[in-house]
Ligand binder design. Structure first.
Ligand code: UDP
Length: 328
């Protein structure tokens, strides 16, 4: 039941880990990536097509050449803060890219589609445990653009029979447990890699964005998921589609949230070093708490987030942080 899978954004953090999981499951990942934020060195399990989703002809050519059994769509701009400063870019790139890709899939006869959505589509929900049924009310342009694509997928699914799985990611963390790939953004904005850079002395301190949130210790609470577990969910989602089990929406979280302060505490335990910290103001667009139930993915896909302990996520990220990294 294998075949090729076109993976947009497969040179990026989550996409590259998904490629590894796909290859392990017997599929050939064909990466379609413009390398604006990804890394050619992260493409290790199949060919790289260097192309841009704003270029419909490039998408059509890749689909015609490789005839994939499915598309996994990771490529997107994904930074909350940036999306607040430059919303137009988020709407143009994320929506335009997804639209070109879906039109390309409809024309080429691709009928299985896995989409990376996000917990940022929920907005601020007073700390309730989020499920697939929770109403989505994004508070930033990033979340807004992803919610719009969810709607686009439903319309294309109905019109062209494109079966789709939507994954709403919570906070992806960690690195490949075998150390082949890891998280590396330019510029880095995510909590765990920034914290480990501060621990390693590569930056003076970690700024904690807000200590006056309505959470137990005043810092934001997030549900962290190991990137290898997230990648595995994509293989399960693909199998679900290929077995004809229909469309699905799944939250990929663990049901347990950790505050920024708790993440810092866990880092001390893993690295045996202090985290230099600077208390800063709130970052615009941040919700106080985002925690998800994982029960639907566990029950319907058989997902087991077995690597998603704070200790392993920080441990694997720490091991990766000590390597030279991509582009070194
Ligand atoms: N955060 C922080 N300092 C940083 C980066 C992030 O305090 O330098 C906080 C941020 O406010 C959020 C959490 O850490 O509450 C996770 O942020 P990240 O950017 O990693 O992921 P996001 O939740 O935005 O997807």
């Amino acid at each position: 039941m294998a075949g090729k899978v076109l993976v947009t954004g497969g040179a990026g953090y989550v996409g590259a880990h998904a490629c590894k999981a796909l290859a392990r499951a017997g599929f050939t990942p064909v990466v379609f990536d413009n390398l604006s934020t990804g890394w050619a060195e992260a493409v290790k399990w199949g060919p790289l097509v260097r192309g841009d989703l704003m270029d419909r002809a490039a998408i059509d050519a890749a689909l015609a050449e490789h005839r994939p059994v499915a598309v996994m769509h990771f490529a997107a701009l994904s930074l909350v803060g940036e999306s607040m400063r430059d919303p137009g870019r988020y709407w143009r790139v994320n929506i335009g890219g997804a639209l070109n890709l879906l039109e390309g899939c409809a024309a080429a006869g691709v009928r299985n589609f896995v989409f990376s959505s996000t917990c940022a589509t929920y907005g601020d929900q007073d700390g309730v445990l989020l499920t697939e049924e929770t109403p989505q009310r994004p508070i930033n342009a990033y979340g807004g653009s992803k919610l719009a694509i969810e709607g686009m997928l439903r319309d294309f699914g109905a019109a062209f029979g494109i079966a789709h799985v939507i994954f709403r990611y919570f906070n992806v963390a960690g690195a490949d447990p075998e150390g082949e790939i890891g998280e590396q953004h330019r510029p880095e904005t995510h909590l765990i890699p920034l914290m480990l850079d501060a621990v390693a002395g590569r930056r003076p301190a970690l700024s904690v964005f807000g200590t006056d949130y309505p959470t137990p210790d005043g810092t934001c609470v997030r549900d962290y998921v190991h990137v290898a577990d997230l990648a595995e969910a994509h293989v399960l989602g693909l199998r679900h589609l290929m077995q004809g089990r229909g469309n699905g929406v799944f939250c990929l979280g663990t049901g347990r949230g950790f505050s920024v302060r708790e993440v810092i505490e866990a880092s001390r335990a893993v690295t045996n070093r202090e985290v230099p910290v600077l208390i800063a103001g709130r970052r615009p667009g941040d919700a106080a708490a985002l925690v998800s139930s994982s029960s639907r993915a566990v029950q319907e896909l058989g997902w087991e987030p077995r690597h998603s302990t704070l200790r392993q996520m920080i441990g694997d990220a720490w091991a990766w942080a000590q390597k030279p990294g991509f582009g070194a």
